[in-house]
Design a protein around this ligand. Structure first.
Ligand SMILES: Nc1ncnc2c1ncn2[C@@H]1O[C@H](COP(=O)(O)OP(=O)(O)OP(=O)(O)O)[C@@H](O)[C@H]1O
Length: 321
């Protein structure tokens, strides 16, 4: 069987996880994770520290054994997909070799791939032509990250996996990096990236996957995730109010009362606001703000952490619509 093409069947998703679990002793790092990632999209993989992102990505790359369940990459096992050159990766840690230039590093790495890009093309795509003749071990943290991204794309792979690629980059390096990454996505590559920079995920990702405590919490567009969390925050002052008096407000997702300050996350701020008025209440210093992805992420993970029956119900795109 030739590995030149994606024989997993043209319909096979880029990545599928079926009921995947992984324990480290007593730590349940990944729990019954089922995911399907279509081809040609940029997907943000989000979760708080310790949620199981790196473990999932390492299993997907064939670097860590799957505990139970099944992972397929273009219809193949992770290892087969790796060997066939379908996957390029940039992991969280990993330095660059000493005493060689960036160009030499890329030449070396290209030899590991069955169908590498020309090194000049990699330098161009990763926007690091200016670093080509610099010694690889003498670069700044942000420059090192950009060279590591170049290594990830050097094989012209169909799937590019990036684990917190912009850690340590300043704003300028991050912008250069995301421009290069978006260009790869525009070439039809599937890009799966874990990040803690949620604003960037919001701008760049076609699809957002959120995991918490090793389980799938949400899977949809950025707008879907915001809708799941409650789209807006209504905040006002109302002296003497109790949380109990507000508990039946329509569309309210969470209600917090601290002193005379009330904060409500709502999926429909008009409905919530008019219900307040209908109850004869007169809120003061009213503010209505849209939730960003970061606030939505915090809201859904906090809600899940407060869910003490231990069972998370994954929210999907269908739920949000
Ligand atoms: N090699 C290991 N041995 C034991 N426990 C581990 C190991 N690697 C990870 N863990 C634990 O498994 C859980 C998931 O860790 P993982 O690194 O996959 O999470 P993460 O979402 O990538 O976190 P972060 O955002 O902090 O990088 C955590 O509780 C972590 O402490």
């Amino acid at each position: 069987m030739s590995d030149e093409k994606l024989e997993g069947g043209t319909g096979a998703p880029a990545v599928s996880f079926e009921q995947v679990s992984k324990n480290y002793g007593a730590v349940r790092a990944v729990r019954e994770l089922t995911l399907h990632i279509p081809r040609g999209r940029a997907i943000a993989f989000l979760g708080p520290n310790g949620a199981g992102k790196s473990t999932s990505l390492e299993m997907l790359l064939g670097l860590r054994k799957v505990g139970s369940g099944r992972i397929e990459v273009f219809g193949k096992s992770p290892r087969q997909a790796m060997v066939a050159g379908h996957v390029g990766a940039m992991l969280q840690s990993g330095g660059l070799p000493q005493d060689v230039t960036v160009r030499e590093v890329l030449e070396l790495m290209s030899r590991l791939h069955p169908r590498p890009l020309a090194v000049d093309e990699v330098l161009r795509r990763a926007n690091i032509a200016d670093l080509a003749d610099r010694k690889a071990d003498k670069l700044s943290g942000g420059q090192t990250q950009r060279v590591r991204f170049a290594i990830a794309i050097a094989g012209d792979s169909d799937l590019i996996v990036l684990d917190e690629p912009t850690t340590g980059m300043d704003v300028e390096n991050r912008q250069i990096f995301w421009t290069a990454m978006k260009a790869e996505a525009a070439r039809g590559k599937t890009i799966l990236f874990a990040t803690h920079y949620l604003e960037e995920a919001d701008q760049i990702a076609d699809q957002v996957i959120v995991i918490n405590k090793g389980r799938l919490l949400a899977n949809g567009t950025s707008a879907d995730i915001k809708a799941m969390a409650g789209f807006q925050r209504v905040s006002f002052r109302l002296p003497g109010i109790s949380r109990e008096a507000l508990i039946d407000l329509p569309a309210a997702v969470t209600i917090d009362v601290v002193g005379d300050r009330v904060q409500i996350q709502t999926s429909d701020s008009d409905k919530t606001f008019y219900a307040l008025i209908d109850q004869g209440l007169r809120p003061m210093d009213l503010e209505i703000t849209a939730l960003g992805l970061e606030q939505a992420f915090v809201a859904i993970t906090e809600r899940d952490n407060g869910d003490d029956d231990g069972k998370a119900e994954a929210l999907t795109m269908e739920d949000a619509r």
